[in-house]
Ligand binder design. Structure first.
Ligand SMILES: [Ca+2]
Ligand SMILES: [Ca+2]
Ligand SMILES: [Ca+2]
Ligand SMILES: [Ca+2]
Length: 195
């Protein structure tokens, strides 16, 4: 462990890994080997390649020009290399037929909102601040507009929480409440959320 200065703020570096990924890559952190520890990973839109830290070379090639939306959609503890294509509203999850869900301006917001161990297909719409969760027919609004979704379990109750980072004002908004997501909801059954 060491310390460094980032934008004038002293931060502790818990782990250090060599330079990794490419300049056009998206971060795509998830647990890809099921050891309970999230893995450093990137997705490269230009080629559809995924690179996972600790696993040399390309480990998976999926569709190109998408946004990575990894998650454990079958509850086996291992994240799937899922991709969302905003232009066609199409989700690609390995081993399953592609399907449409979300809007053309949406950002993927995959998380386990009901704490059943299975991640939900979900999107956040920056233009309206609406969230669309697979299995819930009615979208809801949280976090304002033009944010970036950052769902995670911020209070440790086992359910991921709705959260948004607003770059324009450099603020995080974390929902102080839970939205009821049926535990039996199939994570990849789309409810209509077209834009
Ligand atoms: Ca792992
Ligand atoms: Ca899985
Ligand atoms: Ca879930
Ligand atoms: Ca929580």
């Amino acid at each position: 462990m060491c310390a460094c200065i980032v934008d004038g703020v002293k931060v502790r570096v818990l782990f250090f890994r060599p330079s990794y990924g490419g300049s056009g890559d998206y971060p795509a952190v998830a647990d890809y080997n099921g050891d309970g520890i999230d893995d450093v990973a990137t997705y490269r839109p230009s080629t559809g390649e995924w690179f996972v830290g600790g696993i040399p070379g390309v480990v998976y090639v999926s569709v190109t020009n998408g946004i990575p939306a990894p998650g454990d959609f079958d509850g086996d503890g291992i994240a799937e290399f899922a991709v969302y294509h905003p232009s066609t509203r199409t989700w690609y999850i390995p081993g399953r037929p592609s399907f449409e869900f979300g809007g053309s301006s949406d950002l993927p917001a995959v998380a386990d909102y009901n704490g059943d161990g299975i991640d939900e297909v979900a999107t956040y719409r920056p233009s309206t601040g609406e969230w669309f969760i697979g299995g819930i027919g009615t979208p809801f609004t949280f976090g304002g507009t033009n944010g970036r979704p950052a769902p995670a379990d911020y209070d440790g109750d086992g359910k991921d929480d709705f959260a948004v980072y607003l770059p324009s004002i450099q603020q995080w908004l974390i929902a102080p409440y839970s939205v009821s997501v049926p535990r039996s909801a199939s994570s990849i059954e789309p409810c209509e959320a077209s834009s």
